[in-house]
Ligand binder design. Structure first.
Ligand code: NAD
Length: 353
């Protein structure tokens, strides 16, 4: 399997270095034959190539089997004409990575305030309120006068249908429960269509229990009793916000793994941002990126019918859980180690399995 590796900005280089060590460890332990192709994006690419991402990089990623994308300082990138392109948007749009799968679970030995839970947010990734990617060319945010801005939200039947299908297929391998999160009381047409398409797909999965909750009330429900949820399907921006909340509820934003998947391509990418407040201090939690790498391996293994990749993904998850239990993790999750040493603790466990 050939994976392009792009460390990115802020804490990206630290967490990606550890993730690369973990990938090399599972490759040797499970005979995966991983081939890692290291390249650059974000500020470093802007300095060296005049753009945060380039057409040459995209061409390379298209021929690879997967991409590991570090966090990018997207808030710094204001003007696409100056090469300041949001790398997340770029790859999600260019590779049509329509499903953003963001699991959150608690770990034994890690204190949490809401009780144990294990859920997955399935977020539509290519349209919705994301004005920088929901039309074919340019952006869908308009300066009408110097005092008036209109930002358009796009919802299509096709995108609703395919994200709903991803959620129900995922639920079949879990506890068979899908919760639709929406704002159809206000966005009656767009979220009305989203709910209708989710229920249409649900009819093909009669074994799966379905309910729906309005997004604002969902914030209370998920804090009050996250254990009542299994798979949560929602539109782009609601899923982005909700999945940061569920990651933090599980112990830390630094735990939230995330896979961006389409029909032909997939990209592992931490749920969090570049965290400039802690960059370069060896304190960032690398779990989010490591668990995203595990999701990418599992995705590849399932598509290609290669069980060793699923075993490798499981070994990574078990090693992370065990490292937490013994305090060999970063301080945000109650551990006593820095980023690099946490990575070594996980590698040791993988090689010992
Ligand atoms: P952030 O996610 O980077 O950080 C939010 C808070 O969580 C900070 O206190 C940070 O220290 C903490 N945190 C994040 N990741 C952590 C980790 N692995 N371990 C421990 N603590 C962690 O959000 P922000 O500060 O709003 O954004 C910083 C930059 O990242 C901005 O430029 C933003 O646009 C960008 N961003 C990028 C992505 C992405 O590349 N996918 C996602 C979100 C934000």
């Amino acid at each position: 399997m050939k994976i392009v590796v792009l460390p990115g900005d802020g804490i990206g280089p630290e967490t990606m270095a550890v993730t690369v060590d973990v990938l090399e460890a599972v490759s040797s332990r499970f005979g995966l034959g991983l081939e890692l192709d290291h390249d650059i994006m974000g500020h470093e690419s802007l300095r060296r190539h005049g753009a945060t991402v380039t057409p040459a990089l995209l061409a390379k990623v298209k021929t690879a089997d997967g991409l590991m994308l570090g966090p990018a300082a997207t808030y710094d990138f204001k003007d696409e004409a100056k090469g300041e392109i949001n790398p997340s948007k770029f790859f999600r749009k260019e590779l049509d990575l329509y499903a953003n799968i963001r699991p959150s679970r608690t770990y034994p030995g890690m204190p949490n305030k809401v009780g144990d839970f294990d859920l997955v947010v399935v977020r539509e990734n290519t349209e919705g309120f994301y004005a920088d990617r929901n039309i074919a060319s340019g952006g869908s945010e308009m300066l009408i006068t110097s005092d008036v801005v209109v930002s358009l939200r796009r919802i299509t039947r096709e995108c609703c249908e395919r994200i709903a299908r991803t959620a129900f297929e995922l639920a079949m391998g879990r506890r068979r429960h899908v919760t639709i999160v929406h704002k159809a009381n206000v966005l009656k047409l767009g979220d009305g269509m989203f709910i209708d398409m989710c229920h249409a797909v649900a009819r093909e999965f009669p074994q799966v229990q379905v309910d729906d909750i309005i997004v604002d009330a969902m914030m209370a429900h998920v804090v009050r009793a996250p254990q009542r949820f299994d798979v949560i399907v929602t539109t782009n921006m609601f899923g982005d916000i909700l999945s940061d909340l569920t990651a933090e509820l599980s112990g830390s934003l630094g735990l939230g793994g995330s896979l961006n998947a389409g029909r032909d391509h997939a990209m592992g990418q931490a749920a969090h941002g570049s965290a400039p407040d802690i960059a370069g201090k060896d304190v960032a939690n690398p779990f989010s990126l490591i668990l995203s790498a595990a999701q990418l391996l599992a995705w590849h293994g399932q598509r290609k019918g290669l069980p060793a990749f699923a075993q490798a993904a499981q070994a990574i998850e078990h090693a992370c859980a065990d490292a937490v239990l013994t305090g060999e993790a970063t301080r945000d999750v109650g551990g006593r180690l820095g980023t690099a040493a946490t990575g070594q603790a996980i590698v040791r466990r993988i090689l010992a399995t």
